[in-house]
Write a new protein. Structure first.
Length: 162
């Protein structure tokens, strides 16, 4: 049976801004068991996986709207926003992790927050982080984490803490 081949998942509330300007609000589904740590896969790990397409379940627009899932192409995503708690639930505390406040521009879209750089001390600049192998950058903005495809980033500006 096909249902026996399904991977158990956890549904997470998410907002997806597509490259064409549309915004979708609903649920993404991350694997319930991560391969590198206990607990579910963090959204950051999930978006940096090599698969190009992912399922998304939009919230109903009204009481009579059916909830039909759609398949989205990661290459057409501008930003996936999730609750910070979804990404931090199993995060390991790294003592020398550097957090840098930045503004990320994707065309006319501007997002502000912090990037956490968990790299060797001689490669701990924002530039090194951006040139790393992961296709998505995680921008930490208080209670929200924004997952942004690096290929869609126009400019990153380091800002000072106030």
């Amino acid at each position: 049976m096909m249902s026996e081949l399904r991977i158990p998942t956890v549904a997470l509330a998410a907002e997806v801004l597509l490259a064409d300007g549309r915004t979708l609000v609903g649920r993404i589904f991350v694997p319930a068991a991560a391969s590198r740590h206990s607990g579910p896969t963090r959204p950051e790990e999930w978006m940096n996986d090599v698969v190009a397409f992912f399922p998304f379940l939009p919230d109903p627009a009204g009481p009579d709207q059916p909830r039909a899932s759609v398949v989205l192409n990661k290459h057409q995503v501008l930003v996936v926003s999730v609750q910070a708690s979804a990404d931090d639930a199993t995060a390991v505390s790294i003592p020398n992790r550097l957090e840098v406040r930045v503004i990320v521009e994707c065309g006319a879209r501007r997002l502000e927050g912090k990037v956490a750089i968990d790299m060797p001390q001689d490669h701990c600049r924002v530039l090194d982080y951006l040139n790393g192998p992961e296709p998505f950058l995680t921008l930490r903005d208080g209670a929200r984490h924004h997952l942004i495809p690096k290929e869609r980033i126009t400019r990153v500006i380091e800002t000072r803490e106030e």
